[in-house]
Design a protein around this ligand. Structure first.
Ligand code: ZN
Length: 76
């Protein structure tokens, strides 16, 4: 009884620790849902963002790379 308890406790603590670390990582990821609006025609849709790095407007076909434009804005 005592032997089984001592072997399961560290495992339980490790899972808790992993879950906490994962939550912390999720929080540090910047929100990308706010970047679904086309800056040219104002059309907002999740399909406008096939990936986090590319924006393709389904209405006016505007193609931008928000991650890249953010980087270039820092240069100006
Ligand atoms: Zn558009």
């Amino acid at each position: 009884m005592a032997a089984s308890a001592s072997s399961t406790t560290p495992r339980w603590a490790r899972i808790q620790y992993k879950a906490l670390r994962r939550n912390k990582l999720v929080v540090t990821v910047p929100p990308h849902h706010s970047s679904q609006e086309c800056r040219q025609c104002g059309h907002t849709h999740p399909d406008n963002r096939p990936s986090q790095a590319v924006f393709v407007c389904k209405r006016c076909d505007l193609i931008t790379m928000p991650a890249w434009s953010f980087a270039t804005e820092a240069w100006h």
